[in-house]
Design a protein around this ligand. Sequence first.
Ligand code: CS2
Length: 488
Amino acid sequence: MSASLSKQSLTQLSASVKVPQYPRDERSRGIVHIGPGAFHRAHQAVYTDMAMKFGGNWRITGVSMRSATLKQKLREQDNLYSLVVLDNDPYVQVVGAFDSLLVLNEDRDAIMAALTDAGTHIISLTITEKGYCLTSNGDLDTSHSDIMHDLANPETPVSAIGLIVSALKHRFEQQQTDITVISCDNLADNGKKLHKAVVQFAQKLQPALAEWISANIRFPCTMVDSITPATDEALVELAEQKLGVSDNWPIQREAFTQWVIEDSFSGPRPQWEKVGVTFTDDVATFENAKLRILNGTHSTLAYLGTLLDKETVFEAISDDALEQFIGELLQSEILPSINAEGVMDLTAYADAILNRYKNRHIRHKLSQIAWDGSQKLPFRILNTTRDNLTQGNNATLLCVPIAAWILFIAKRFNDQEELVDPLAETLLALAEQYHGDIQGLASAVLNLPQVFAELSANKWFKDTVQSHVARLAEVNADNAAQVLTTLK
Ligand code: CS2
């Protein structure tokens, strides 16, 4: 059994392993991050760890809202973990940014102390789309069970929104304004949506607090990007081979990484610009392009690829019929929906993303991307569909991932497999009600306003999705080319 990753073993690692370039024990916390999942650990925490080379107290306190797994796995190794970058030139980097990892139901007092500590100048989040508790039109969903709980019990919140408001309430009472709240999730206008949800929640509790937040606290929008497959046993073994010591919970990602942040802060921040982070006033173009081109094609591959018995993004994009369909979807319906004049070359950006999908070193499971379709598809596919319909452009191919998602729901029910989605209970109940009647299921799913909003009343949209459902119901790996070409 080899030694574990630790402060001590950090000094004995191979010279090829990248390690923190600053005296960790001399740096204190400056950030509280809510939702320290694999993506945060592979992306923002790495940027922050590298930025501390240039100074500043920016260690991170990670706050898990539910699971204690990460806290348990990393506290045995001084909150260190390794990032394995899987590309043509692979490398390993030990990340030291975390100073502590807490979990809400065990460490509520410590969490509030961290959030209200005068040295904490950033609250950041990766809580996935569902964590914002929003309605389909972007308002706070006050009927959400967690939000209802938190409005009734504001001192013991269970939602990220409630937790942020309770922290800002303490700062309001101390008149501490030097803090910035940063969403790092795949939502269009993520900072604006987070600000709106926080202010709407605060308004229900204390209008003066809501006004203070609006006047003093900034919620910059961001675009975040790096393909980060979930950790598995193979990675744990690979990390140990490369490190020479064991890491309880390494993470993996591709070499490509990008972070674009709106230059709008109400307090100090790390020197992220020195490690490749882009600060701009126009995040929307970057966000739109990434959500629609990368995440839109990711979800399309996830549901179509599953119907063709593919397991990973690499396998799916390597299928000629799927690659051709993705290319047509991008060129005819996704790229034309984005105005990137003077900001980026969309064709080159899209080509680079498809090349990233062809990284044979990354096993990115379609089943992971397929999670939470009811929360992801509105940002990744439906907003593009709306824009195209409004502008009189085509949206026929955009209806294909929606049709594939409906067949995916039916398949999960028929195979008695878990459907990971906040609406899973509703969706599976519909799949059971319409078992054997895929058009009935399609019509029922398309009538869900919490997913489709006004598109539920759009006859062309529903007829087109149902027409695709009929054709895709027969698709398989052998006839994919023929079927997909009929979906125009
Ligand atoms: C993926 C994203 O799991 C998913 O839904 O589409 O996590 C994707 O890998 C990242 O947004 C890439 O930056």
